[in-house]
Ligand binder design. Structure first.
Ligand SMILES: *[C@@H]1O[C@H](CO)[C@@H](O)[C@H](O)[C@H]1NC(C)=O
Ligand SMILES: *[C@@H]1O[C@H](CO)[C@@H](O)[C@H](O)[C@H]1NC(C)=O
Ligand SMILES: *[C@@H]1O[C@H](CO)[C@@H](O)[C@H](O)[C@H]1NC(C)=O
Ligand SMILES: *[C@@H]1O[C@H](CO)[C@@H](O)[C@H](O)[C@H]1NC(C)=O
Ligand SMILES: *[C@@H]1O[C@H](CO)[C@@H](O)[C@H](O)[C@H]1NC(C)=O
Ligand SMILES: *[C@@H]1O[C@H](CO)[C@@H](O)[C@H](O)[C@H]1NC(C)=O
Length: 640
């Protein structure tokens, strides 16, 4: 590894965001521009991304104690801006702050595992999966293992009948710390979906050693467990559950579904409050967490969680994609036939925006569960070849049990099936338990370049720009904003970001107490026609504690087109904006007409570091279009 002197790294970080780009003329058709000509314009630089081309699902997240490296793979289609011919791209990091493409950034160099020869079990795709730093006998001898879905037929989609043998489950190992990978000789290790299931899909293995599950299932020797995202046609989405003796990770036994929900069901019956289970699950995960004292817990009680991506449960207008990133908490027990049963107690959206395919891994170095999700572009593919890439990961997030004490029952009553459990205490108030999520604090700290603007606390009506003590407006398309907003009365309050000086372009992020929603209004986020501008929003009900409504601690991270909003460590919304004006770089504090709100501890860290110091800022690769033969006449993928 080549180490750069500190001053060079700093110079590079500043350079990454030096000049603001020229205005884009909204009358110019972006589809007529040269390939990759807009590559750097809105590109997130402080987030995990592919060097170029198409990226989707995070896969194989793990920490290898031998090399002390974090690994993250991703669904990769090099040299193309569309999905197709899926491979695993691969990068590593010492700290999850800066990343290195394992075998280079150009063209397909970042590919770690690609498809097999025509006619073989994984000839049409290496779909998502997971990784563990052990060999196939479960031994920590320095070998790394990955578990992925092998594709032999396409297309596959929950909407269309399933072609038998489309998906099988396969493994691969590396003996050189992840530089090269060898597919297991007896692949696939699971050859068919659960017997009797007419599946809508069956993919994305998530495997883990799990002593707590060994105990529940009364196993006499340690086992590994694997789950998949799946669904039964006409019945509902499912998570099939399997185990293998730790001594043989190729010998998997099916035990049934973890839980059974109906198709298009919503926990509590209102998808606007909890998201939708849809018709098919993808990229699912399962794990247990001990509640920690720092998050209101007792330091010992164990909680069981599932994370999953659901398909088909769109609720227009603000969640039109039909893809939901969900989490569920459940009580885990042993069924008479020896399988595990997960009885749901609470469930909601893990992200209310377009973050999807959330997967997680246990970080043994910092003793925490870390989740990654994929945020696709949201530009309706307009000008996509000029941009030359699609997709990035959100910041890595810590998932934890979040308990809040002494909460008063809401006026409408304690919600029965919601995104939290409410337990009455001896004083008649409640302890509310939910799944907490926050961007990894050490990663955010590591991304800061040092300058912060602090704004004096103020009760505000109307709106004003954030400026430094010399009155110069904050300028930037890469920043972290923290603020606490309380006493929100008479209307919505929040922030305008990516705002031009005359507010012709801006994106409005607010909490509205009347509707109990946090929304990102993109009506004015760009002057370009065709880009998506629908508002994204999610349910957020502030707690009342000791007669006072809690303050909303906003934590907003903006990195080019990528916008992430976290509130009170229990709400997240991710979205994309593509301003056309070069000066859409300001931040405003905002209170709706007739309303008021108190803003405290407003702080902006400007200029986040480049997460990819070894890539050039323009790491684009030449785009190509596949031949008719390569796409089986467009049946397998679209060809560009
Ligand atoms: C698909 O990807 C593999 C490597 O991952 C590559 O060898 C092959 O040429 C690709 N095929 C097409 C049609 O792009
Ligand atoms: C599975 O579902 C498809 C689509 O509805 C149907 O055509 C097929 O007959 C079903 N297969 C079985 C074995 O039930
Ligand atoms: C696979 O594991 C099961 C126990 O889960 C065991 O009974 C069986 O013998 C194993 N099969 C092989 C081929 O080792
Ligand atoms: C165990 O029982 C559950 C609940 O009845 C069932 O769904 C599951 O398929 C069973 N497991 C096996 C392996 O048959
Ligand atoms: C799924 O449920 C939603 C309500 O949450 C409803 O609007 C939609 O029509 C349903 N979709 C289908 C395909 O049944
Ligand atoms: C390819 O698709 C087109 C229309 O989509 C069709 O006209 C043509 O016959 C197809 N060719 C082959 C070889 O299947």
């Amino acid at each position: 590894m080549r180490l750069l002197p500190a001053f060079l790294l700093l110079a590079e970080a500043l350079l990454a965001r030096a000049a603001s780009p020229a205005n884009l003329d909204p009358t110019v058709d972006l589809d007529t521009l040269a390939d990759n000509s807009l590559f750097t314009r809105w590109r997130p630089r402080s987030h995990f991304s592919a060097p170029s081309g198409w990226l989707n699902d995070p896969s194989g997240a793990m920490y290898d104690p031998k090399t002390e490296l974090y690994h993250l793979f991703y669904q990769f289609h090099s040299n193309h801006v569309d999905w197709g011919n899926m491979s695993w791209g691969h990068a590593t990091s010492r700290d999850m702050i800066s990343w290195t493409d394992v075998s280079g950034w150009a063209d397909a160099e970042a590919t770690a595992l690609g498809v097999g020869p025509k006619g073989t079990y994984d000839a049409l795709g290496i779909f998502s999966g997971s990784a563990q730093p052990v060999n196939l006998k479960g031994e920590a001898d320095g070998t790394l293992s990955i578990f992925y879905t092998a594709i032999s037929y396409l297309p596959t989609n929950w909407i269309i009948p399933y072609i038998e043998s489309t998906e099988t489950q396969a493994m691969a190992t590396s003996k050189d710390g992840g530089k090269t990978w060898q597919k297991y000789e007896n692949n696939p290790v699971i050859r068919a979906p659960p017997p009797g299931w007419n599946v809508t899909g069956w993919r994305d293995p998530f495997f883990l050693p799990w002593p707590e599950m060994d105990k529940i299932l009364q196993k006499t020797e340690p086992h590994y467990y694997v789950i998949f995202g799946s669904g039964i046609r006409g019945v509902g989405p499912r998570i099939p559950f399997y185990s293998a003796p730790a001594s043989d990770l190729t010998n998997w036994t099916f035990h049934g579904a973890l839980f059974e929900v109906a198709r298009n069901e919503s926990w509590g019956g209102d998808a606007t409050k909890t998201g939708s289970f849809g018709f098919n699950f993808e990229v699912s995960g399962v794990f247990s967490l001990v509640e920690e004292k720092q998050h209101g817990g007792d330091g010992k009680t164990l909680h069981y969680y599932v994370t999953t991506g659901s398909e088909g449960g769109e609720i227009p207008p603000y969640h039109p994609s039909g893809h939901w990133a969900l989490w569920l908490e459940g009580e885990m027990s042993r069924r008479d036939n020896g399988s595990a049963q997960f009885d749901i107690v609470s469930s909601s959206a893990a992200d209310w925006g377009n973050l999807y395919a959330i997967t997680s891994f246990w970080d043994p170095k910092k003793k925490r569960r870390v989740a990654w999700g994929w945020t696709p572009e949201d530009m309706a593919n307009y000008g996509i070849k000029a941009q030359g890439f699609q997709g990035a990961m959100g910041l890595p997030r810590e998932l934890f049990v979040k308990k809040v004490h002494n909460v008063q029952a809401p006026a409408t009553g304690v919600p029965e099936k919601s995104g939290a459990t409410w337990k009455k205490d001896s004083k008649g108030t409640y302890t509310v338990t939910t799944l907490g999520a926050r961007p990894l604090p050490d990663v955010l700290e590591g991304l800061r370049t040092g300058h912060a603007i602090k704004v004096a606390d103020k009760k505000l009506t109307g709106q004003r720009f954030i400026a430094n003590d010399k009155g110069q407006k904050f300028t930037g398309d890469s920043f972290e904003l923290k603020a606490s907003i309380s006493n929100i009365k008479g209307g919505a309050a929040g922030f305008k970001i990516r705002a031009s000086p005359d507010l012709e372009e801006h994106t409005l992020i607010t909490f509205n107490p009347a509707t109990q929603t946090i929304s990102v209004n993109r009506d004015h986020s760009t002057l370009m026609p065709k880009f998506e501008t629908y508002a994204v929003q999610g349910h957020f009900a502030p707690y009342t504690i000791n007669g006072k409504t809690e303050a909303l601690d906003f934590h907003i991270i903006v990195d080019g087109s990528l916008v992430e909003v976290f509130v009170n460590d229990r709400f997240a919304i991710t979205t994309r904006v593509y301003p056309s004006r070069g000066d859409a770089l300001h931040i405003g504090q905002y209170v709706a007409k007739g309303g008021e709100a108190t803003f405290k501890n407003v702080k902006v860290y400007s200029g986040l570091k480049n997460a990819w110091p070894k890539r050039p800022l323009d790491s684009s690769s030449k785009l190509r279009t596949d031949t008719i033969e390569e796409t089986n006449n467009g049946t397998w993928w679209s060809g560009n």
